[in-house]
Design a protein around this ligand. Structure first.
Ligand code: PEP
Ligand code: MG
Length: 759
């Protein structure tokens, strides 16, 4: 049975469109169950009726014509009750409805199972039989399992069809929504440009050649071609990224070096293999190695190698690169977006990015944040190869992509984009103004940084300090651990850029989905594994070098604060403090005279919420990592689009935890900040201010919006709103209460972008 199921699903998966998929379903299920009829009815959202879409057994002419409302017929009953229905004699059932055109009267027994995808009823799968008999338990179980397995396939085929105007009823192009994870905040409306792999390495055959010298020459010319392209791309990005951040292009160049990939290919060519075959072999081996490592970061490396391989192959095949036409308002879409792809878009045209693979911590997302380009990552269900040239909406706040948006939705998002544009224009004026509420309360707004490019944007937007400098970012774009000296230089630039404002440097927070290519961590359950402080406490040499570099970098500036990630208890904190003191002592012994900087702890593990007072007693400040705290409190992977709708920092449990943290920190007389994405959500920021957070730290893109909103409200009103919200037990109600209250205050305009758009 399992085999039959698997085979049917495989066949359906390979179908070219929805119609073909449904045709296979009815035929195969009928065969497998030995029934006389199998039909699929799909719910048409426009008419809200279950329409007969495919049948094997009933009159084919009734396809597309017979339909019933949810309160009609047996199919309607299965759909509304969301339960299977097994009847010995269908016509005796009070809900039975007779359709002359189907020839249904000949069939007595009826077994129907709802097709449900992500809680949504998509349709009903029915089998019918002439003789009067109850289908047995095994048959019922088979049909239910079949429907559950087919639901995803049908949803995918439907979405694909809707994109190209093959909607369920052939009614034309329909709007569809695809869920991913936020990569970089902001919204964009534009035209999809799909970047497909330029050349397919996998299909290159082996070929033996006699003229080895000619192949070597070909390969060297290709190498030179790609090298030139990479240098040109890097130069083009020079206006947006600092040299250190363009190091990724150097990584590409390094991989091409004679001693690395290039040399390996040459060796294979020398065995008599033609250049293309040799390239396929070498790239394939490297990609396999990386992909087998089953680690987010290393998979990323695999995609870099693949990208390089394709570029080289394009030269070898003299096809050069895919010549793309980039329209204005271009939204770049690819299965695996690479930073190099961004560089190819002419300046001023790129408004959004969509990647089918990857997470919020992929290279391309880090770059997109620094460049302020709205991005959605991990849109796994998007049939990306079919969407070139169509209209798209990218909602980088919520990690959603809309294909063929309706006029209304496009208008709503266009307003969000326009508001953001106006706000950016008015930035200069806003930048000089304090973040002060109507009743005179000052709320310090800080910024989160990683790349040096973030510094410029932060300063343009009037940040009052750095609440979180993610030191893993410079580590991630390197090929080995940066030395103490290299780190010192990078950190000094951050500290100097903001001086005299404080810069909070977090100790290396790798693990989870943030791994280093040169320090692989392979785990079944990375978010519950070796992460953050756990890694650095096990490797004091890494921790000490980093701390020393931070301390030395702060000489004469004295604006450094050190922050410890992923602390789950007192012992970890004490060990880390011990190491920091040791590093401080060592640095002073070397003659560098610097005061001990303030040290803080991130509250991002539920255990730390409960021990907040004990932790606060031992440090100078606290900072809440609401991204991880939400993930761990709700047990929802922050990078998994399948559960993205459960990931909600406005969940009452998260709000209660936050209140407890503020209360605990203040009871110990210590300031507490928050540096997760939540702080950059204007509506959430109102609540956080009311809770008593001493500073909010966010990405530079959102800072002006938060400032604008907080300047339009009084602390008194914010507290009143918090009081109201804290009595609510349901996250949806929290959202709607918050939105309504702000709209009633005339502040709907800036509530986190697109949050009031109902799609
Ligand atoms: C957080 O968890 O909220 C946080 C700020 O850290 P990161 O997103 O880098 O894990
Ligand atoms: Mg975190």
């Amino acid at each position: 049975m399992l085999n039959t199921l698997r085979k049917i699903v495989q066949e359906v998966n390979a179908a070219k469109d929805l119609k073909a998929a449904l045709g296979i379903i009815v035929q195969r299920v009928k065969e497998a169950m030995g029934s006389q009829v199998c039909s699929v009815y799909l719910l048409d959202p426009e008419s809200n009726r279950f329409v007969l879409m495919a049948t094997d057994g009933l009159n084919k002419r009734s396809i597309g014509k017979v339909s019933m409302a949810p309160n009609e017929g047996l199919v309607g009953l299965v759909g509304t009750r969301e339960e299977p229905l097994n009847l010995e004699n269908a016509s005796e059932h009070p809900r039975y409805r007779y359709f002359a055109e189907t020839g249904e009267e000949r069939y007595a027994s009826f077994l129907g199972s709802p097709i449900i995808h992500h809680r949504k009823v998509m349709g009903v799968l029915v089998i019918q039989q002439k003789e009067r008999r109850q289908f047995d338990e095994g048959e019922e179980a088979f049909l239910v399992t079949m429907s559950a397995q087919l639901a995803g396939v049908i949803a995918h085929a439907e979405a694909t069809g809707s994109i190209r105007g093959l909607g369920k009823q052939g009614k034309g192009i329909q709007e569809a929504k695809f869920i991913g994870v936020p990569g970089s905040p902001g919204a964009a409306v534009g035209t999809a440009v799909v970047v497909l792999p330029a050349a397919d390495l996998e299909v290159v055959p082996d070929k033996h050649v006699e003229d080895i010298a000619a192949e070597l020459l070909l390969f060297n010319t290709a190498l030179e071609g790609v090298r030139t392209d990479m240098r040109a791309l890097s130069a083009k990005m020079a206006t947006q990224l600092r040299p250190e951040e363009r190091a990724l292009f150097d990584v590409y160049l390094m991989m091409l070096e004679d001693a690395a990939l290039g040399n390996e290919v040459v060796k294979v060519i020398k065995t008599g293999q033609w250049a293309q075959g040799a390239l396929r072999q070498v790239i394939g081996e490297h990609v396999n190695r990386f992909e087998l490592m089953d680690d987010a970061y290393l998979r990323e490396r695999a995609s870099d190698v693949k990208d390089l391989g394709r570029r080289l192959l394009a030269y070898l095949q003299q096809a050069r690169q895919q010549t793309l036409v980039y329209p204005d308002n271009c939204i770049l879409v690819s299965e695996e977006l690479s930073p190099a792809m961004l560089g190819e878009v002419p300046e001023g045209k790129l408004v959004g990015l969509v990647s089918v693979q990857g997470s919020g911590n992929s290279h391309v997302a880090i770059f997109a944040r620094a460049m302020g380009i709205p991005t959605v990552m991990g849109v796994v269900d998007l049939p990306y190869s079919k969407i070139d040239g169509i209209q798209l909406i990218v909602d980088g706040y919520h990690g959603e992509v809309f294909t063929n948006p309706s006029e209304l939705l496009r208008k709503q998002y266009a307003e969000v984009v326009e508001e953001e544009r106006q706000l950016t224009q008015g930035l200069d004026a806003l930048r000089a103004l304090p973040c002060e509420t109507l009743d005179g309360y000052r709320m310090p707004l800080w910024v989160n940084t990683g790349l040096l490019a973030d510094v410029k944007r932060a300063q343009e937007r009037g940040a009052e300090g750095v609440g979180l400098y993610r030191t893993e970012v410079p580590f991630m774009i390197k090929e080995r651990f940066p030395s103490e000296k290299e780190q010192l230089a990078i950190y000094r630039e951050q500290l100097q850029a903001f001086h005299p404002l404080p810069v909070t440097m977090r100790s290396l927070d790798v693990g989870g989905d943030k791994a280093l290519s040169y320090f692989p961590i392979k785990e079944e359950n990375p978010f519950l594994g070796w992460r953050g402080i756990r890694v650095t406490l096990d490797h004091p040499e890494i921790f000490l070098v980093q701390t020393r570099a931070m301390l030395k970098a702060s000489e004469g500036l004295d604006n450094l604060r050190i922050l410890l990630p992923m602390i789950s208890g007192i012992q970890e904190l004490e060990e880390a403090l011990h190491l920091i003191h040791r590093a401080w002592g060592e640095v002073r012994d070397e003659g560098v005279d610097i005061p001990m900087p303030p040290v803080g702890v991130m509250i991002e593990i539920p255990a730390a919420v409960y021990q907040v007072r004990e932790l606060a007693r031992q440090v100078d400040f606290l900072s809440v990592g609401s991204n991880d705290l939400t993930q761990y409190l709700l047990a929802v992977d922050r990078n998994n689009p399948r559960v993205a709708d459960l990931y909600d920092f406005l969940h009452p449990a998260v709000l209660q935890a936050l209140c407890k943290v503020v209360e605990g920190a203040h009871a110990e007389g210590k300031p507490v900040s928050i540096c997760g994405e939540m702080a950059g959500d204007p509506a959430a920021a109102v609540l956080l201010m009311a809770m008593g957070f001493d500073s909010l730290s966010m990405n530079a893109t959102n800072l002006p919006k938060v400032k604008w909103l907080l300047r339009q409200i009084s602390l008194g009103k914010a507290k009143e709103l918090l009081g109201q919200v804290m009595t609510i037990d349901n996250p949806h109600m929290v959202h709607s209460t918050l939105q309504l209250a702000l709209r009633n205050l005339g502040l709907g305009r800036m509530i986190n972008p697109a949050s009031n758009i109902q799609a």
